[in-house]
Write a new protein. Sequence first.
Length: 291
Amino acid sequence: MGRPIPGDNAAPPCDRDAFDELSAAGRDDGARRVDTAGGETAAAAPLRPSPSSCNRTAFRVIVDVGHTVDRHGVLSARGTTEYRFNLRLANRIEQMLVDAGFGKTVELITAAPPPRGLFERAARANDVRADLFLSIHHDGVPDAFVEKWEYDGSEHSFSDRFKGHSIFISYDNGNPTGSLRFGRLLGNQLKARGLQYTPHYAEKFMGNRQRKLVDAEAGVYRYDQLIVLRSTRMPAVLLEAGSIVNRDEELLLESPERQAAIAAAVTDAVEAFCVARAPRKPARAARRPGV
């Protein structure tokens, strides 16, 4: 993910009381946890919500492919563009969502350069009144942590210092409470599949790229300046799926198995989020005897 691009705030400020209320309430993460013999808590197989409790055919998800062909983001440790990683994973997520019944899922690709292209993405999501916005990215590192190595006869940049995914939300989003709720669902679904987030964004050595960790269990960070998050009216989350400058993690992120695991986590999180938004059926009034 690149550095933040300044832009006017297009979304209303968040209701801090709503955030406090959500944080104080229990976390509905859509995944089960079981106690181990040592007293620790381990993630069990995620629970899939009942299909009948979510109107999947009407629920619209925007899967935003981060960056463009020309503005491709970071280069991986072996020279593949971030955009190619983003596109492959977004394709997998879109297909799995459609297969799960979310037929209105839209994969969003733009060619315009930033910042105009970023505002265009948010505007298109707002225009179609999407229910959820998910931007797909893969991570790099600050220049201070970059090293050089030779691969396939060429010199490339890498850093094996960090690995793992991260999830970002903006408190300036049009629905920050919903963004945090989905971010938690997604983070815990990834965790249930054995995928760990990277904690390094919360460290002081990150300098101006340091972010506040708002949920230490799910790996959700606050990043208000991201245009695609702050300018969208619906709940919006940006997923850094992992570090492609880490040589080992790059290979994992290229594998169909890892892509399928991430796509499944997204799908289960979307289902759980959709269920939570579904209107509750009113309870039937008790019939009086003889009526």
